[in-house]
Design a protein around this ligand. Structure first.
Ligand code: SAM
Length: 286
């Protein structure tokens, strides 16, 4: 990686700002995740006379975990959540969200930990076990995928469920990282898609089930030179802090052309441009 190019992982607060834009521009997949939590998680778990223990890994600002929690609350009236998230701004937003929605999450207790999964592991080890572990779009940032999957499996209760969600090979991020693989070779995050995760699970002889969901990202703003929102979205998609200022104009032009060539209108009334993407959910029950 050239000296002036920084990964957004090196600046968690900037990550938090631009991830917000990415979430805003993604077509919602909440119906899908609600169904998954009802049918593939709550229906398959049984917990007697105690709280359901939930671990969020890379919880972000909590919107997704809150939706997940609301589904689980239908069956489990008491839930204790441990949320691991290294970005302080994300944790602050998660706390605000829980305060705002407090009437909906009566019966839920929270422990927020501002740290990476590895830091958590160094502190807590395998002493605490969970019924549900959820890592939604955070496996890119694990130091060692196989070792981390084993660790998460180790800290599942018997019968507990690990849910990993990642972009599939049809996902926007994976297509960008593959197209510009030479550029990304020295970045420390993992340029993987869900298929590499399932390959590791096969190697570990861990059974799993999967479900896929197609979606789209509205990238219209990326093609407006003076749009700050567009620049933020480009930075999230590229995973580079201030991509435009950090790379040669030739590379930037090539990057933008790739986004444009990969985009289409939705075929509806407006002229907004969308990049198709796809998420895959992977369930491992212990
Ligand atoms: C793409 S966001 C997903 C956030 C949330 N799960 C969601 O679905 O909205 C990935 C999150 O992983 C966090 N993260 C980065 N490195 C991490 C690590 N080593 N351990 C745990 N979380 C990490 C980031 O700060 C970010 O909030």
């Amino acid at each position: 990686m050239e000296g002036n190019i920084r990964s957004i992982l090196d600046d968690p607060d900037y990550y938090a700002i631009i991830y917000k834009i990415m979430k805003r521009e993604m077509l919602p997949v909440s119906k899908w995740t609600d169904e998954l939590f009802n049918n593939r998680i709550a229906a398959k778990l049984s917990v007697q006379n105690r709280d359901l223990k939930f671990l969020g890994v890379g919880s972000g600002s909590g919107e997704v975990e809150l939706m997940n929690t609301l589904q689980l609350l239908k069956k489990f009236p008491k839930i204790s959540i441990t949320a691991i998230e290294p970005a302080k701004d994300h944790i602050d937003e998660y706390k605000e969200l829980v305060k705002k929605e407090s009437s909906k999450v009566e019966g839920v207790s929270y422990s927020w930990r501002q740290q990476t999964l590895n830091e958590y592991r160094d502190e807590v080890g395998t002493t605490k076990k969970y019924d549900v572990i959820v890592a939604i779009n955070s496996a890119y940032y694990f130091d060692d995928i196989e070792d981390t999957l084993m660790y998460m499996h180790d800290i599942l209760e018997e019968g507990g469920i690990l849910l990993l969600v990642l972009a599939s090979e049809n996902g926007v991020s994976y297509r960008i990282w593959s197209r510009f693989s030479a550029f990304y070779k020295d970045f420390s995050f993992k340029k993987i898609c869900s298929v590499q995760l399932t390959d590791v699970l096969k190697n570990l002889n861990l059974d799993y089930e999967t479900a896929r969901m197609r979606s789209g990202v509205n990238v219209t703003e990326c093609f407006k030179d003076s749009s700050q929102e567009g620049q933020h979205l480009i930075d999230f998609l590229s995973h580079v802090v201030h991509l435009r200022e950090s790379v040669s104009s030739d590379f930037y032009t090539e990057f933008i052309s790739f986004l444009k060539d990969s985009s289409n209108t939705n075929g509806s009334d407006d002229t907004s441009l969308f990049m198709q993407t796809e998420q895959e959910a992977i369930f491992v029950q212990k």
